[in-house]
Structures are given as C-alpha cells and as structure tokens.
Design a protein around this ligand. Sequence first.
Ligand SMILES: [Mg+2]
Length: 166
Amino acid sequence: MFNRFFPDRYVASTYVIDFEKLYSEGVKGLIFDIDNTLVPHGAPADERAEELFAKLKRIGFGCCLISNNQEPRVKMFNKNIQVDYVYNAHKPSTKNYMKAMEIMGTKADNTVFIGDQLFTDVWGAKRAGIPNILVKPIHPKEEIQIVLKRYLEKIVLHFYKKSLNR
Ligand SMILES: [Mg+2]
C-alpha cells in the first residue's frame, strides 16, 4: 500500500553519497532539490555545498537544481555554484524533471535525483522514472504545511524500513 512512495535509497545526508561510484556506474546527470537537501531552508550555498559541486563538475556530472521556490531564492543559492536550474518547478509534477534531463542531455536511466521530501521530491522522480535518493532534511525546524507532510512521511518510512529488514 505504501511501497509506491518508497524511495530507491534513503541516506543520512547528500554529503555522504558516493558520487564517484555513481559516475562509475554510468550516471551522468544529477538533479538536486535545494532546501534541506543541500543547505538549510532559505540559506545561501555554504562552503560544503560549493565544494560538492566543484567536485561533481570535476568528475564530469551534469547538474541541475529543481526547486519549487521562486527564481530569486534559486539564483541566490546558485551564485557561487553555477549549475543549471529550474525554479517554480511544481514538484511532484514530472514536467520539470524532464526539463532538467533535457538541459543536461541525459535520460532517466543515467540520471539520479536527490531530495529530502517524499511526497514532492521522490514522488515526482519516481513518476518520471528517475532513480532517486531520499536524504534526511538538514534542518528539522520547518513550516507547518511541511510538518504535516513529515508526519505522513514518517508513516511511509516506517514501512519502508520494515521492508528493508525483511
Ligand atoms: Mg527540500
């Protein structure tokens, strides 16, 4: 019942993902959510984020940010990162996941999506056929509408973790 919402992978942080390994496995494009995936909600890019994207470019990845936020927020984050982005993306609509792949010149079978929300980020990626990694949100303090979604996420993740232990 809940497994349609399960992420392909669930890790503690974006910053523990072995991107070299993904690249060696044939992944060429990465799509990232920003808020609570790369930095706390609304924050500019920090050193850790800047270093990550410098490394990803060195490895050879195409990178695209997709955010449901408006352009000023995305631009502010991207100032020292300088990758492609789609703002006001309406996740979980699949439209802008497709657009991100088009920008990077990749397909669903050589792209990975990384985000912190099950019902927007991961659900959209799944429906677009893109392998996905759910990360724990960086900052636990969130707006009320997200808090409610987190409660529902907890229920799904409970069953997800159980399914992994089987
Ligand atoms: Mg987020």
